[in-house]
Design a protein around this ligand. Sequence first.
Ligand code: NAD
Length: 226
Amino acid sequence: MKEIIVVFTGAGISAESGIKTFRAADGLWEEHRVEDVATPEAWQRDTDLVLRFYNERRRGIASAQPNAAHTALAQLERFADVKIITQNIDDLHERAGSTDVLHLHGEIMKSRSTLDGELYETKGSDIQRGDLCPRGAQLRPHVVWFGEAVPMMEPAIELTMRADIFLVVGTSLAVYPAASLLRFVRSDAEKYIVTLDLSSAPHRDFVWLKEKASVGVPKLVEQWCS
Ligand code: NAD
């Protein structure tokens, strides 16, 4: 039976594709305070600003390309049972060819009905005020905002517990409950983290590669496949 490799990714894996990470030194996300664009309160207060913010993010992601880290993880599927759990709302894992991707925080290429939660493909287009689901309710971006529940947490925990190898890539491990996944990694699993910022190092039993994702991830994949 193939080994199960679970890969937990964050914004850092997409940084070299030109998508900015979340925590800039000034604490802003693309020049915005998180509370102004990524909370249910922001949506109530200024729907147009929130829609504009995610429309810009969606356009940027649509024109970005997967990098060597995304590609290496897709190629790893030939050798192992690879399950990706991503905090990213981009679709770069899928576009690199990964077939088993769980999005903890939603997918920006989808919209969601504010009435019944049904999902729809945006096909890369903007979501505008007045864009309605078939039942007549406003559509919103399919992303988990700060302060909202994370419904995919349960299946993510189940996957994490099955990992023979657990690899963390490009996350500050500052966003909860996502970061608490590490608590569910089996003690006998091999554990690796690839990130530039070792202050975010989770546990002593993780092997740390203080490298860019595009360098560290292909290196590990080559090691596992040889
Ligand atoms: P974060 O921005 O908090 O942390 C990014 C981490 O990646 C940092 O530790 C940094 O040192 C590291 N990093 C930066 N460049 C790197 C590189 N080239 N190679 C390896 N590591 C690198 O990101 P987070 O922990 O994912 O939390 C951010 C939240 O914001 C997530 O919930 C996510 O939904 C959202 N977000 C998503 C995207 C996206 O979809 N691409 C982008 C920005 C924010």
